[in-house]
Design a protein around this ligand. Structure first.
Ligand SMILES: Cc1cc2nc3c(=O)[nH]c(=O)nc-3n(C[C@H](O)[C@H](O)[C@H](O)COP(=O)(O)OP(=O)(O)OC[C@H]3O[C@@H](n4cnc5c(N)ncnc54)[C@H](O)[C@@H]3O)c2cc1C
Length: 440
């Protein structure tokens, strides 16, 4: 039976991370009917890692990767560019510490694999082990969120430093924060450059087609995926379409879709930079992920602001809402960095992430010839990469102890029906933002 795909991703061409890069010609779109051993759906971190790993595991197999849009314009290319090695919050409870160790093994394996690709394939993406500040705006926020986090990092044996407000102000160029915990393992990069670089350096037995949304799929005799211009028939499939995976018949009522917004400024001029007084790039995540704001000062002297989380079950936010978000980000920039109030944004954009109620990824083999790596719960650079690599190992029967670590994270639990889940998620997020408004 053929399943028609009614919802496909939309590229609104607002992602500033890619507009600041040199022009790139995307791979051709699919324009014929082809056969392959494997089809991989999705050109984000998960799909790109899966295709690369499949190619290494099965060098004689043909692999086709179909991407609806352009690699680097998807969520993987429009995120904040933090390659995160640690859980944002842990617990000193022993079971949860073991969970944190698992998480760190997975995240660090992903970071190492990405770093090897960046170095060996010469992917220019500003890859830099700058670490990150996890910061609280208020003394209360520091006590409630940072102090337990410091205890947990100690229990995990992870290195960290407390950074007090005066030192923090000198490092960040803003007096907005009360205190932060600095951890050294996080990498910062340009996510569009990394994603397109990974897509452009796939092994020779991977054929990649961009601007090729799958509009129908048939599972009755192998896998038969159709686009407007052609089709792929394959024996086996890896589905790495993140929140869009449910369109392919998998993960229904398991995902909450959220829209996250970000803005990136133009580079500071030499005068602006000297007034700003900060030399070194930095990245900052907020002590509270709902109420707070993620920020970066990049290698090329730009400020990134990532603020605003909305429930977006249709994965489609109207452009007038992006305009309102851009105005808010402009006000935030002026408030945090008064000397930079006249610095303009390259652009503001929205990207979609996929969460499960229990924070578990979808890492599954739901049919003999179908494997899925989706639902990265907002930390997809590392989680997407490792789940793509490991799903390819699982599909090829390659033993890898990290598969057990990933499977131990569980699988997404069923959600209530759509109107209820939407109302519930909006209420939960709204309450979290209101409760933590002092941490904005
Ligand atoms: C603003 C923002 C900031 C973020 N910051 C960070 C951060 O700093 N660090 C971090 O780790 N994570 C961050 N994230 C989350 C991270 O970007 C995602 O978790 C990650 O990109 C998910 O990767 P993926 O490969 O699973 O999915 P995606 O990148 O969403 O890739 C899925 C692909 O499937 C394709 N697809 C869907 N339907 C079809 C179809 N019908 N046919 C063909 N292809 C299809 C899509 O076009 C898409 O390219 C952020 C996200 C956003 C939006």
């Amino acid at each position: 039976m053929t399943l028609n795909i009614s919802r496909t991703p939309r590229n609104d061409q607002t992602n500033a991370w890619s507009t600041i890069l040199p022009h790139r010609t995307p791979h051709a779109s699919l324009a014929q009917n082809i056969k392959a051993d494997w089809i991989v759906i999705g050109g984000g971190y998960a799909g790109l890692a899966a295709a690369r790993q499949l190619a290494q595991n099965c060098p004689n197999d043909s692999i086709v990767l179909l991407e609806a849009g352009i690699c680097g314009e998807n969520a993987s290319g429009r995120n904040s560019g933090f390659v995160i090695d640690l859980p944002h919050t842990t617990s000193s409870n022993l079971d949860q510490l073991e969970g944190s160790h698992r998480y760190m093994r997975l995240a660090r394996a992903a970071t190492a694999a990405l770093e090897t690709n960046v170095r060996e394939l010469g992917i220019a993406c500003d890859w830099s082990r700058d670490g990150k500040y996890h910061a609280a705006v208020t003394a209360e926020g520091s006590k409630a969120m940072l102090e337990p986090y410091a205890n947990e990092l100690t229990a995990l044996g992870e290195p960290f430093e407390w950074v007090e407000s005066d030192v923090l102000a000198a490092k960040l160029g803003t007096t907005h924060f009360h205190r932060a915990i600095y951890t050294p393992g996080c990498v910062l990069m340009n996510p569009a450059a990394l994603t397109r670089g990974l897509a452009d350096t796939l092994p020779a037995n991977v054929s990649i087609f961009e601007n090729s949304p799958i509009i129908a799929i048939d599972y009755s005799n192998g896998i038969h995926a159709s686009t407007q211009g052609g089709s792929v028939s394959a024996q086996r499939m890896i589905l790495a379409a993140n929140g869009f995976s449910e369109q392919f018949g998998y993960g229904k009522n398991r995902f909450v879709h959220l829209a996250l917004s970000a803005s990136l400024t133009r580079p500071l001029s030499p005068d602006e930079q000297s007034e700003f007084g900060v030399e070194k790039p930095w990245g900052l995540t907020p002590a509270n992920g709902f109420g707070g704001i993620t920020m970066r000062y990049t290698n090329d002297r730009r400020i990134l602001i990532r603020q605003d989380i909305k429930v977006a079950m249709g994965q489609n936010v109207a452009s007038r809402k992006t305009e309102a978000i851009a105005r808010t980000h402009k006000a935030l920039l002026a408030n945090r960095f008064p000397s930079l109030r006249d610095v303009t944004f390259e652009n503001s954009w929205v990207g979609y992430i996929c969460m499960s109620r229990n924070g578990a990824p979808m890492f599954d083999n739901p049919a003999p010839n179908v494997w899925i790596a989706a639902c990265q719960n907002g930390i997809g650079v590392t989680k997407g990469t490792i789940s793509g690599m490991l799903i390819a190992d699982k599909a090829c029967g390659v033993e890898n102890p990290l598969i057990l670590d990933l499977e131990a994270l569980g699988s997404p639990v069923q959600l209530p029906p759509r109107p209820l889940v939407e109302v519930g998620a909006r209420a939960t997020i709204g309450w979290e933002i209101w409760k933590n408004r002092a941490e904005a």
